[in-house]
Structure formats: C-alpha cells, structure tokens
Design a protein around this ligand. Structure first.
Ligand SMILES: [Zn+2]
Length: 266
C-alpha cells in the first residue's frame, strides 16, 4: 500500500503546484492610489533587430515583453503611478540607453520586463502547426533580478525581494534554473523561496542611476507557460504584485514632487 501511496502523493502535489501557477490566484487588493507621485521607468526588454528568446510556438520575446509591459503599465497607472514606457517602439538597441531614457524622464525607479528561456541543453523539438520548433517543459515560473553594482543597490535589492514576496503570495512560484552551476547561469539566489537572484553585471541594472530590477515574467520555452503569460489576467497579476512592492519600498513621503520642480537639478 505504501508503495502505491507515494506516487499518488507526488502526483497530487504536482497537480497542486500546477494549479497554483495557473490559478486560482490570490490577487493583491490595492486600496486607493498608493503610487501617487511615483514615476516608474518601465522597460520593454530587447529590440527589433535582436528580439530575445523564441517561444515554444516561435514568437519573439520582444512581443511578449511589449504586451506584458503595456498591461503592467495600465495597472501601475491605476494605482496612481506615472509610467515612462521605455522602448515602446522596439527600436532602443543600447542597453545603457534604457535606464538613461528613464532617468531623463525623471523616473524614480526602473523595471525591465522580460520573458525567459532555458539553457540549450534542455531544448527539445516538436512540431507546431506544421513547423518544427524548440521547447522545454523542464522549468517554468517567474524570477526577479537585482544588481549589487547599481548605485542604489540596497533599495534595488529591497524592491526585488519585495516583488518576489508579493508574487509568491499570489500563489505563483519562481523558476530556480538560473542558479544551476553551469555557464550562462550560476546566479546566486538571494531568496530561493521567492525567486530573487543577484546578477551584478546585468547592464540595464548596473548602469541605472535609480533603483532598478528586472522581472522575468515566465518561461516562454515552456509550452503551457507560453500560453499562460499571454493571458491579460496573468499580466495584471504581475502588475498588482509590482504595485504592492513599489508601495512598500517607496512610501508616500519619499515620492518626488508631481510637477518635477526639483527635477533635472541633481
Ligand atoms: Zn530577455
């Protein structure tokens, strides 16, 4: 009997964790406009000539990043934030230019939106709509990155940890594959439970002059997750978690004056 019970338990547990990723989620409740006066630089990762990872069904990461960032922007605006959408036309090819654009627009913080893939060794082939594509169903989940080389490293780290915790509270689970000790990964985990990593040399984070984080919204090489991350309710969930994190790390008294009287002077 015990022999039968264990696989059954494993099966039930995996069914439970799958349910957490696809919902039902615990949606953060936002009261009022907690981000009033906060200006957020929201970066659409990658650009037209180098559109990032390719999904299991052959779509570019850039298209996922643009869709998610637009939904997240709406959620942030609904919570009172001003959003500076960086790379809205997909033509910003320089990494360092991204946080610079946000800085020139007076952004108080910088959040770069990405979607994830996996190491080549995990990729397999399948045929989708008559075309052979690569995929991996090995890993799924979000992840959050921060850089100790950012000039506001402490606040960047606090924002990353706060976002990881807020995402985890919704029922979503992170992917931990960036911690695998192989070339191209090997990123130190700051919090394994909530999926927060240190990535010192991420250019957009270390060159930003304001607190900065990077969010991998999900793994688009994963065949189910590719569909999940395109759902507006999933993108909204990420946005709501980001509202919670920003409200926690940027309390009202620290927010910049709305008319920007002091902006451009330091
Ligand atoms: Zn990316």
């Amino acid at each position: 009997m015990r022999r039968l019970a264990l696989p059954l338990l494993a099966c039930l547990l995996s069914a439970f964790s799958a349910a957490a990723q696809d919902g039902p989620w615990k949606r953060p409740e936002i009261k009022g406009r907690p981000l009033e006066g906060l200006r957020v630089g929201l970066d659409i990762g990658h650009h037209r000539n180098s559109p990032g990872a390719i999904s299991a069904r052959g779509k570019t990461e850039l298209s996922f990043n643009a869709a998610a960032a637009r939904t997240i922007a709406r959620v942030l605006q609904g919570a009172g934030a001003e959003v500076v959408l960086v790379n809205a036309d997909g033509r910003v090819s320089s990494l360092a230019e991204r946080p610079a654009i946000a800085a020139r627009a007076g952004a108080d913080c910088f959040v770069s939106i990405h979607h994830d893939s996996v190491n080549d060794k995990y990729l397999r082939k399948w045929t989708h709509e008559g075309v052979v594509r690569t995929y991996s169903d090995e890993f799924r989940g979000y992840s959050v990155f921060t850089s100790a080389k950012n000039p506001e490293a402490e606040k960047s780290r606090a924002l990353a940890l706060s976002l990881g915790a807020a995402l985890h509270r919704t029922g979503l689970r992170p992917t931990l594959h960036h911690a695998e000790p192989i070339k191209g990964e090997n990123r130190p985990l700051l919090d394994e439970r909530t999926g927060v990593y240190e990535f010192s040399d991420l250019v957009v984070l270390k060159t930003a002059t304001m607190p900065a984080i990077l969010l991998e919204c999900g793994v688009i090489a994963h065949r189910e997750e590719e569909l999940l991350v395109q759902r507006p309710d999933y993108q909204e969930l990420l946005g709501l978690a980001l509202v919670e994190a920003l409200a926690e790390v940027f309390p009202a008294r620290e927010k910049s004056p709305r008319k920007g009287f002091f902006r451009g002077k330091g």
